[in-house]
Design a protein around this ligand. Sequence first.
Ligand SMILES: O=C(CO)COP(=O)(O)O
Length: 228
Amino acid sequence: MKPPIIIVNFKAYETSYGKRGLEMAKILEKVSIETSTEIIISVPATMISRLAQEVTIPVYAQHVDGVSEGAHTGAVTPEHIKDAGARGSLLNHSEKRVRMDELDDALKRMKKLGLESVICVDRYELVAPMGLLKPGAVLVEPPELIGSGVSVSKARPEVITNAVNEIRKVEDVYLIAGAGITTGEDVYVAIKLGSDGFGVASAVMKAKDPQKVIQDLVLNAIRAMEEK
Ligand SMILES: O=C(CO)COP(=O)(O)O
């Protein structure tokens, strides 16, 4: 992982699976190559294997279960996603929360397998405690702004500033900001406030022209990083 860290979370949008999911991944790959900037895609579990074979950008799962191999119906394990070709996973997204003990188990197993982890938190107060588990990054997203079209940078910039202060208490863990990120200006402000990147979903996944949207976001991330 290297800033600017850019994560496009496919969630379960119409454009997240099948032919449209593949088209979306190809668009993001194209922009990644054109801008020489890594774009991580976090995709439905059923799409990991396909997309990992079709695109060169890193593919993440959206969630893994902390359970070991064995009798766990419906589980998606770190071993499953590794085998499918994932580079890592989001963990504890506010739409897919994980119990603390399971999170710790999952993280340890992910590390053992050489997988990257991004732990999501819904408030800045959890940034340092989660950072102590030593994921690659912590992604802070106020849930009320997720999918709202109103960005954390605009509506709650203090969440980013406080989260940046919190991440300084742990070493070698990046801080990413997200929720409602819509415009290049949202990204620019988030990075200028000290975040190492951004997470986005609806603005890209629901866009008429996703290429134009992601281009704007990525170019503003680069501009903000250059000015740091
Ligand atoms: O949850 C998010 C990314 O993980 C953010 O979602 P939106 O970009 O739709 O607000």
